[in-house]
Write a protein that binds this ligand. Structure first.
Ligand SMILES: O=c1nc[nH]c2c1ncn2[C@H]1C[C@H](O)[C@@H](COP(=O)(O)OP(=O)(O)OP(=O)(O)O)O1
Ligand SMILES: [Mg+2]
Length: 445
């Protein structure tokens, strides 16, 4: 019989409370029975000197006991002016454990610091700290994740103590058990079942190989319980661990745009699916006053439907002698549901008295990428030309047959898709957006 009545292989009740404090990017209170540890994860956009310019990030941890976390008061290390060997050893263990499951390149040149402060100690503070800090880390990483590409946390990580007490092998030792244990062992394990660290010590005696095997089996069983608790706490965020999101949904029904986006994105290693291929959904009303308002409106509208990252494009033609018309009304210049032909006819009519050299025009594109959690990223691109009186070329779409680009000596419709994707307003905006995506700086709403 154990002091708290548990069976030998039982964990104490495990509780993981996310978003425990408000300021840190990740904040978790983890409880293993009476052991309570506050774990916060903080993101900073810098790395230690030895990593500068390497394109990699860093994860580090600090550990501390609050004075009355213990039965008798423990002095603050800050007052003493230095950390004990125990503190240094524990915080290094926490850092090592978490670094093992994170792709350092994928977090970019950032440092994530895990602060593990023990509010109440009743044995197993380091294993509780690792288990809770992992959840805080996932939240911190999610706060900088661009939503597309590899999620930097590749696997789960949890830790448990096991040992040999007077009744034999036991799991998750409380302080009373820990102080009397013959053998004391801490095991850090990944969700896929690999080991990150095993620290086993015969404190008051020795142990056999078969006892070690039993302890490892018990640690495996207990960490499975911990992974379940972490998953429960993380909810749908847990699905991102170890996942790669290469899919972007194109939030448009315009086949010309879809063609251009698919070609451009595949060159960047991203797979684009148009909303029409995913589900049947009507177009939203484009009530925005600017291209960007409309792009955001469309991306959000379609994202609500498919709950995937959605990329929307709002674009159009701004003609100088027409004071910027048709602008945001480009698609419905000749009226609701106007065809490209009808719009082009109206454009030529409006420009009837304007000579070619004076018919300066600009293609404008606003892009918005919106994530299911509300974050978004935007970019704009523009491309200059002149409106010619005769159609030329079979490619492109919309106003392309009349949009003359001086550097090309012909229209946007008279060039290949690859060529258009090198210089168009859409291609320029997309390049900017992908640069931002690589730097992972989505705006929080
Ligand atoms: O590269 C282009 N080459 C030719 N014409 C273009 C281009 N880019 C935009 N345009 C014209 C077509 C359309 O008349 C309007 C876009 O209106 P816009 O509302 O953004 O697109 P849309 O209604 O066709 O599709 P959706 O809203 O589902 O993305 O500007
Ligand atoms: Mg539209």
């Amino acid at each position: 019989m154990r002091v708290d009545g548990r069976a030998q292989a039982d964990m104490r009740p495990v509780k993981i409370t996310r978003h425990y404090t408000m300021h840190a990017e990740g904040s978790v209170l983890v409880e293993f029975g009476n052991t309570k540890v506050l774990c916060t994860a903080s993101v900073e956009n810098k790395v230690p000197r030895f990593l500068k310019g390497e394109g990699k990030g860093w994860i580090t941890a600090e550990y501390s006991l609050l004075p009355r976390a213990t039965a008798t008061r423990t002095n603050r290390e800050a007052t003493k002016g230095r950390q004990t060997g125990r503190t240094v050893e524990i915080q290094r263990l926490i850092g090592r454990a978490l670094r093992a499951v994170v792709d350092m390149e994928a977090i970019g040149e950032r440092t994530i610091t895990l602060d593990c402060d023990v509010l109440q100690a009743d044995g197993g503070t380091r294993t509780a700290a690792i288990t809770g800090a992992f959840v805080a880390l996932v939240d911190a990483v999610d706060s900088i994740y661009g939503g597309v590409g590899k999620f930097p946390v590749e696997d789960f990580c949890a830790a448990v103590s096991v040992g040999i007490g007077e009744q034999g092998p036991i799991t998750d030792l409380c302080y009373a058990e820990d102080s009397e244990a013959v053998v004391d062992m801490n095991v850090v394990r990944t969700g896929r079942g690999n080991l990150i660290e095993v620290q086993g010590t015969g404190e008051h005696g020795t142990f056999t190989r078969s006892e070690l095997d039993t302890l490892m089996d018990m640690a495996e069983q207990a960490t499975e319980v911990l992974f379940k608790a972490q998953k429960g706490a993380l909810g749908i965020t847990a699905d991102k661990i170890g996942a790669v999101c290469n899919k972007v949904v194109l939030a448009t029904h315009n086949q010309g745009k879809i063609r251009e986006f698919k070609a451009a994105l595949s060159e960047l290693g991203l797979e684009a699916v148009s909303i029409g291929e995913l589900c049947q959904v009507n177009e939203p009303e484009e009530t925005g006053k600017t291209f960007m308002e409309n792009a955001l409106l469309k991306a959000r509208y379609y994202m609500e439907f498919c709950r995937l990252p959605c990329l929307a494009d709002d674009s159009g033609l701004a003609v100088e002698p027409l004071h910027g018309a048709p602008g945001v009304y480009s698609a419905r210049y000749a009226g609701e549901n106007a065809t490209d032909e009808e719009n082009n006819e109206k454009l030529l009519r409006e420009l009837a008295d304007v000579p070619f050299e004076k018919s300066k025009a600009k293609y404008i594109c606003a892009l918005a990428l919106v994530y299911p959690d509300g974050r978004y990223m935007t970019a704009k691109g523009a491309c200059e030309g002149l409106i010619q009186k005769e159609a030329n070329g079979e490619g492109g779409f919309g106003y392309d047959p009349y949009f003359y680009v001086p550097e090309l000596g012909t229209t946007m419709a008279d060039i290949s898709l690859e060529e258009k994707n090198k210089r168009s307003h859409r291609a320029l905006a997309l390049r900017l957006l992908v640069d931002k995506l690589r730097a992972e700086d989505a705006t929080h709403e």
